[in-house]
Each structure stands twice: as C-alpha cells, then as structure tokens.
Design a protein. Structure first.
Length: 261
C-alpha cells in the first residue's frame, strides 16, 4: 500500500528536481526521514500537511536555504536537471531556484530598487536595460499596471497583496528555473489570493513551481501533483486529482477531510 500511496512519480526525463532518500537534522533532532520525490518540470507541485510536519523544511532544502540555520545537516541527494545541488555554487543555485516566503518581505527601498536588486548584484544591468528588465518582471508578476506610477515610492506603501507580488517580481527578475513558495497567500485576503493563484498558472509556462500550503482548496485548485507530509515523512505523493479523490493512505484521507491537522 505504501508504494501505491507514493504514486508513480514523473519520469526522470520530465522531472526538474529529483530528491532521493533525504534526511534532515536540526542538531541531533531529525526533521525529515527518507524523503524521495520527483518534481515535474513546468508544473505546480503542492506540499500539504499539518504544522510541524516538515513540508517547509523540505522546501527550504531545495535551494539550500536551510543552511542559513546553524547546526543543521542533510543526507541524501537532490538533483536539479541531473546535477547535485550540494556540489554547485550556492549563489548560482539560488539564481536558478528562487524563493518567496510566507509574509511579504520587501526591502526598505523603492518598488523599482526592490526588483532591480538581484539584477544589479548578479549581472550589473544598468540604464535602459535595467528599466526594461524591471518592467518585464513586474508584468510577469501581474503588477505593472497597478503600480507603474509608484516605482519610486517605498515598497511599504503597497498593499499586502501587492507587496507579495512585488516579492515574486523580485524573484523573477533573475529568471529562475524553479520558484519555491512557502505559504505565499496565508496573510492575504481572498482577492489577493486569487491574483497570486492566477499568476502561478501563468508562470508555470516557463518555470517549475513548488508551493507549501495549509489550504486543501488551494492545493486542489492550483497543483498538478501533491505530496502529503506527516511527522517528517512523505506519506503520499500523486497526481492531485488522485490524491484528493482516492487517497492511498488513511492518514491522508483523515487530513484532507479535516479529521486532524
């Protein structure tokens, strides 16, 4: 039953990220146990599970953001296009794998400077080319028409939903291949949430997305595949419509029907 519950992962040739036998530790405390998962390219993969189940920890290993926490260690393998992420340059990895956090975290700068930050650091883009790149990123984040007259105002002057899309635009400015989103809508109202979800559908044309969410409805709406985490283990991974309609594990069924979590 366990093999059936884990489903048939995408074939290696169509997987953008391949995770094999991943264990993660905070000091001596193990947070992830033997996680294996194939993230399909140019699709949206959702990770669900109760608080403290390890889904956000797992997400942060995918661009080594977990290394910002002291005394952590990881075992196992994560391949990005077949290349082990633990053997590549960290700055280069995070250009390829961007991240958006639970709460909007714009820099204390103007709207323009927020989006331009990564471009300046990574490529030295200047002048008209920089302005064009900022506009393109804001358009990709479905934000340009709303704030094109506020480019030189503080990012803090934007609404919460606009700030979150600004953070997405900032991540998109360096053209990442993968975008990780850690509960990006948890602090937003329903209208802003709908805009973020619509944006995700647009972005998957050129980007692979992995989203952590507590909302079963959101996972069902936006994702092609869903993984269910419990107590640091990936209990079930499958196509979203299969996992929600015919879960292979009782724990998954109990969680998505609201019996616990």
């Amino acid at each position: 039953m366990e093999d059936e519950a884990l489903g048939k992962p995408p074939q290696a040739r169509s997987a953008k990220i391949q995770v094999s036998h991943l264990d993660f530790y905070y000091g001596s405390v193990q947070a992830l146990y033997n996680v294996s998962l194939a993230v399909p390219q140019n699709q949206i993969t959702a990770l669900i599970g109760p608080s403290g189940c390890g889904k956000s920890t797992f997400l942060r290993t995918l661009n080594r953001m977990s290394e910002t926490v002291r005394h952590t260690s990881v075992e196992g393998e994560i391949l990005l296009d077949g290349e082990n992420i633990f053997s590549v340059d960290l700055v280069a990895l995070r250009r390829r794998v961007g991240m958006v956090f639970q709460r909007p975290n714009p820099f204390p700068k103007t709207v323009f400077d927020n989006v331009a930050y990564g471009l300046r650091v990574n490529g030295g883009t200047r002048g008209a080319a920089l302005a064009d790149a900022v506009e393109a990123s804001l358009r990709r984040a479905a934000l340009w028409d709303e704030i094109k007259d506020k480019l030189h105002k503080s990012a803090y002057a934007l609404s919460g939903g606009q700030q979150q899309r600004l953070c997405i635009a900032r991540a998109l400015a360096v053209n990442p291949e993968v975008l990780l989103l850690d509960e990006p809508c948890s602090a937003l109202d329903p209208i802003s949430t709908a805009k973020i979800e619509e944006l995700m559908f647009t972005l998957q044309e050129n980007c692979t997305l992995v989203i952590v969410t507590h909302s079963m409805q959101q996972a069902a709406r936006v994702s092609s595949h869903t993984g269910f985490f419990l107590l640091g283990r990936l209990l079930e991974f499958n196509e979203t419509n299969i996992l929600f309609k015919r879960p292979g594990r009782k724990e998954t069924e109990d969680y998505i029907t609201g019996r616990f979590g």
